[in-house]
Structure formats: structure tokens, C-alpha cells
Ligand binder design. Structure first.
Ligand code: PXP
Length: 246
């Protein structure tokens, strides 16, 4: 049984496709987030990218004001974003790597290779009462480094599992890899979350991975909402995560 965090970035992607330079526009990511809240989701994730390709600064502030459920602010480890997070004071920050040319967040954060700077940001945000999570590949080195950086949580990148899932063994070796590192993270006292590439077909296998707390899912829920609406799309995913939910 997991908590569902809905990543609403792609609601803003659709709006930006038409209303890039306008102050307003549709669809509204804040409205979508409120609908997810009503559907019973645990939290909302939004990524303010350096290039502002989807979520805009005003979205983040409106989300913080409007939501009663936790806001997980996804951001790169840059001075600009640390300053915004320090003023915004979201419930949680998830530090992610960011490359301008990538379509979406393609790999995990190299915590082991950037331990000093990630630790410094982690401490700064934690001193303000913000929970810090690090988005990392399911790699034992990165789990150890995340504990050294004193993060409260890790978010395991499930992209490799999602890519392997259509194969004959439905991503067996990736599930084994996730199981190993989730156990390692749990033993080190880290809260273990996961996300990226999870959808209505492949999410069921995450129940095999021990110690998972939150799943952050975006693209598939926003895509499904086009056919059935956001509330129904969120509820259908909740049913897969929390058997017995209505
Ligand atoms: N978690 C993190 C850290 C992400 O960056 C993203 C989006 O790239 C997601 C979860 C959600 O991924 P998806 O949109 O593939 O569900």
C-alpha cells in the first residue's frame, strides 16, 4: 500500500503549448492538483525547471497556497532554486538532475560525485523544516551517498524498470535491483520513494519492492485524464496502489 503523489507538470506542458507568453491559460495545473487532492491523493509534485518549460513560478506559489496536502517541490541543486525553496517552504524538496536538452528527467542525481554541494543544500533546506529527498538511480553507491548527505528520503528512479517491463520477464532484474537498494536504503534509515515511467500497466510490480512509501506518477495520469478526467484518472491509479480504495 503506497501513498500517491501526482506530478502535474504535464498539465502545464499542455497550457504552455498554447499560452507560453500569457499570464493565464488552460488547462490549469493548480485546478488539476486540487482535483487530485479531492480524489484522495497523498501529495502533489511539481518541477520548476530552469528553462520554465512547463511549471511557471506563479504556479508553484499558487499550489503552495491552494493545497491542503503536501507539496513536493522538485528542483535542481542551483542557487536560484534553493532561494525559491527557502521562501516557498514546501513540505518536501526532491533534488533532481537537470539538463536543458533532455525531454524529461532522464537519470538520477549523482549524489556520490557531488556530495559536498548536495549535503550543503540538504542541510540548508532541512534547517527550514523542509524534508529533503534525492532522486537517484537504483545504485548502491548512490544510496550510501544519500545517507551520508543526511537526506530523509530517496526517490528511486524507476525508468529502467519501465523500459524493461514490456519484455518477456516483465522487468524481473530491475525489480530485483529495486528490491536490493530499497532494503539498503531502509536499513540506512532512509524513507524510500519511487517514480518515473510508472503507468497503469507496470505499476503493479512495485508492490514486490519492500519498504516503498510514496510513488510519484505524472505522465500516465495526466494522459489518462484526457479520456476520463483527472479525478477518475487519479482514482484509478489509487486503486492500483491502495487495493480496496474506492
Ligand atoms: N519523479 C521524478 C523525480 C520526476 O522527475 C518525474 C518526472 O520526470 C516523476 C517522478 C514522474 O515521472 P512520470 O511523468 O514518468 O510519471
Amino acid at each position: 500500500m503506497f501513498r500517491l503523489g501526482v506530478n502535474i507538470d504535464h498539465v502545464a506542458t499542455v497550457r504552455q503549448a498554447r499560452y507560453r507568453d500569457a499570464a493565464l491559460g488552460e488547462p490549469d495545473p493548480v485546478q488539476a492538483a486540487l482535483t487530485c487532492e479531492k480524489a484522495g491523493c497523498y501529495g502533489i509534485t511539481a518541477h520548476l525547471r530552469e528553462d520554465r518549460r512547463h511549471i511557471q513560478d506563479q504556479d508553484i506559489w499558487k499550489l503552495k497556497e491552494a493545497l491542503s496536502i503536501p507539496l513536493n517541490f522538485e528542483m535542481a541543486n542551483t542557487t536560484e532554486m534553493v532561494d525559491i525553496a527557502s521562501k516557498l517552504l514546501p513540505a518536501a524538496v526532491c533534488l533532481v538532475p537537470e539538463k536543458r536538452e533532455e525531454l524529461t528527467t532522464e537519470g538520477g542525481l549523482d549524489v556520490a560525485g557531488n556530495l559536498a554541494s548536495i549535503s550543503e543544500t540538504t542541510h540548508r533546506l532541512q534547517d527550514l523544516g523542509i524534508e529533503v529527498s534525492l532522486f537517484i538511480d537504483p545504485d548502491p553507491r548512490q544510496i550510501d551517498a544519500s545517507a551520508k548527505a543526511t537526506a530523509q528520503a530517496i526517490e528511486l528512479h524507476t525508468g529502467a524498470y519501465a523500459e524493461a517491463f514490456p519484455g518477456p520477464d516483465k522487468g524481473d532484474s530491475e525489480i530485483q535491483r529495486l528490491t536490493k537498494v530499497a532494503t539498503q536504503g531502509h536499513e540506512l534509515g532512509l524513507k524510500v520513494n519511487a517514480g518515473h515511467g510508472l503507468n497503469y500497466e507496470n505499476t503493479y510490480r512495485t508492490h514486490e519492492v519492500p519498504h516503498l512509501s510514496e510513488l510519484n506518477i505524472g505522465h500516465s495520469i495526466v494522459s489518462r485524464s484526457i479520456a476520463v478526467g483527472m479525478e477518475q484518472a487519479a482514482k484509478e491509479m489509487l486503486k492500483l496502489l491502495i487495493p480496496g480504495s474506492s
